[in-house]
Write a protein that binds this ligand. Structure first.
Ligand code: ADP
Ligand code: MG
Length: 568
């Protein structure tokens, strides 16, 4: 009652519809504002995270305003779901798309003419390439809603060329309100949506992109399958989840493997036969406790409220993609996990893809920024939310006290000296070899490969025996992530120095690295266990003696020999 007295009539009516049709008692976030704006004839860009409640922003105005609301949606499955849900709620909704039989289409077109449809869902090509525009010109149109509006962007992986022609709506229907809705938040995409789909004076409604119920956790990839299995068993037994992998083959292998371990799983990728793919998707949506192991082909429009986790076994392409993919967890607002593991190989691979890309300089620079953002998020020692949301231009103050880093703050260690030794070792071995070989040399290994490559002399210095192999791997991974090291241009898995490492080598800059494995922090060099260097104790003793002799005759500490003036 209080509302009825203080709110304008449009809002009161909207509030009543919210309750009577949709069964909800309150608007969420900025829904009320957006709905009022549209009811009053305004155009709008609506940015809201997945699960935020974008649909009501056009569904309620559709029922308040006179005429039919036209909703442009990129996926037939998405349309079908929404239309059947609306019909169950007693809303006069229909869809027009290529999958429908001719009679159904004719029937819908008649109903449209008769003015008995409130919401019409259409695919963009249907709207553009049929006489539908013409028919609509003859009737009352309440609004146009362009859902998943980021499909207009050529740079995203959901690009739909037809979306770029939707600007035509404004020319044909200049007085009908238009909404563009998306959960993709990056600035560039926003601008593309505004310029391609909306009039200049359209209002922007940007909601917070924080998903407070999602717990972000990023770990080191060691034995990914076992790690995944342990994660599912310990935290999500019997629950629904999505596991993203890079390759199609991996999705099938991992799904099979999970099944043999008693976790019901299905694979999904673009190479699966159409009906099988649809069948897997339908089962995932319908059944409880199924794990979908998928490539990025699986996702857009997956409106399953109770996905309890999204796991990544490979790094996603960008931080945006990560946000979108993890956003499919916990749409019901209940706690959900976003779990990712990655390792040295992943960073190497994506750094290399960036370097190889044949795109123009501007594009490359943007790609590089995107990559830095993703790696920054993975490697951060701090609360993950400010990094993630900051990427979308949102300021997150303080710590969430919920992500992995807040719950168990990672320790850092002063890695400047080991990093210098490692960088000089990379340099001394010719900037052509991969992590394994460089670490062999650091650890003073003596094997065929080292001898073949003429690095046995270098190896006898054994300048890195104070740290274990896995710690060196961690150092290399982080140096790659921070851009001190980079893949060699030949692409044979080698590492080389990046100019960015000079201040570090010159001692002008320090380096704190994240401690991945607390047990293996360097303590004192004397305390290195033989097992850490994987070498027989007597070989090790002999090497050490040799190294000491060399150091004495050269008159310098062993690792300084590696500090090469030409490097600086
Ligand atoms: P989006 O399109 O932004 O991803 P949806 O419109 O599909 O999100 O809404 C996500 C879920 O939230 C749906 O189940 C929807 O019914 C629910 N929802 C939306 N608005 C409200 C509200 N005001 N109160 C309660 N639930 C809501
Ligand atoms: Mg939606």
């Amino acid at each position: 009652m209080h509302n009825a007295m203080s709110s304008p009539p449009a809002v009161t009516e909207a509030g009543q519809i919210l309750e009577s049709v949709f069964g909800y008692s309150q608007f969420r976030g900025r829904q009320a504002e957006i709905i009022e704006h549209v009811i009053n004839g305004g155009d709008a860009l609506v940015l809201m995270p997945t699960g935020g409640g974008k649909s009501l922003c056009y569904q309620i105005p559709a029922l308040v305003r006179s005429g039919v609301a036209v909703v442009i949606s990129p996926l037939i499955a998405l349309m079908t779901d929404q239309v059947s849900a609306l019909r169950q709620q007693g809303v006069r909704a229909a869809a027009l798309n290529s999958s429908l039989p001719a009679e159904t289409r004719a029937e819908t077109e008649r109903a449209l003419q008769a003015g008995t449809i409130d919401l019409l869902y259409v695919a963009p090509e249907r709207l553009l390439n049929s006489d539908l525009m013409h028919r609509l010109s003859a009737i009352d149109v309440a609004l146009f809603a362009i859902d998943e509006a980021h499909c207009v962007s050529q740079w995203g992986h959901d690009f739909r060329p037809e979306y770029q022609q939707l600007g035509a709506i404004g020319e044909r229907f200049p007085h009908v309100p238009r909404l563009a809705l998306t959960a993709t938040a990056d600035q560039r995409t926003r601008e593309e949506i505004r310029s391609g789909l909306l009039p200049d004076d359209a209002a922007s409604f940007v909601s917070s992109f924080d998903r407070p119920n999602i717990r972000y956790e990023v770990g080191l990839k060691e034995r990914p399958r076992e790690q995944l299995l342990a994660f599912i068993r310990s935290r999500h037994a019997g629950e629904s989840g999505i596991v993203y992998c890079m390759s199609r083959r991996a999705t099938e292998q991992i799904a099979d493997w999970l099944n043999t371990r008693g976790i019901p799983a299905l694979a999904y990728h673009a190479g699966l036969e159409q009906t099988l793919r649809a069948h897997h998707q339908a089962r995932f949506l319908r059944e409880e406790g199924l794990v979908m192991v998928a490539t990025v082909a699986f996702g857009m429009g997956i409106d399953k409220p109770d996905v309890r986790f999204v796991a990544h076994l490979d790094l996603p392409k960008t931080l945006e993609a990560y946000y979108q993919e993890t956003g499919r967890a916990g749409r019901d607002g209940l706690p959900a996990d976003a779990w990712l593991v990655y390792g040295l190989q992943d960073i190497y691979r994506i750094r290399q893809m960036g370097a190889e890309s044949s795109a123009g300089e501007g594009h490359k620079r943007r790609e590089k920024q995107r990559l830095e953002a993703l790696l920054g998020f993975c490697e951060t020692h701090e609360c993950r939310r400010p990094t993630l949301l900051g990427h979308f231009g949102e300021h997150y103050a303080g710590r969430c006290e919920y992500c992995d880093n807040c719950q168990s703050p990672p320790r850092t260690w002063d890695a400047a000296d080991p990093a210098r030794r490692l960088l000089s070792c990379v340099y001394r071995t010719g900037q052509r070899f991969g992590a394994a070989h460089v670490i062999d040399v650091l650890l003073g290994q003596d094997n065929d490969r080292i001898r073949q490559r003429g690095h046995d002399q270098l190896s006898t210095f054994a300048i890195g025996t104070d740290l274990s192999r896995s710690t060196w791997q961690s150092v290399i991974r982080q140096l790659l992530a921070h851009g001190y090291l980079e893949p060699d241009p030949e692409g044979h898995g080698g590492l080389r120095l990046n100019d960015a490492c000079r201040p570090l080598l010159r001692g002008e800059q320090g380096l704190e690295l994240r401690e991945d494995l607390p047990a293996q922090r360097p303590q004192s060099r004397a305390r290195v266990a033989a097992s850490d260097v994987a070498m027989a104790p007597d070989t090790w003793a002999a090497l050490r003696a040799q190294r000491r002799r060399l150091a004495e005759t050269e008159g310098v500490p062993p690792y300084v020999i590696f500090h090469d003036a030409t490097l600086l």
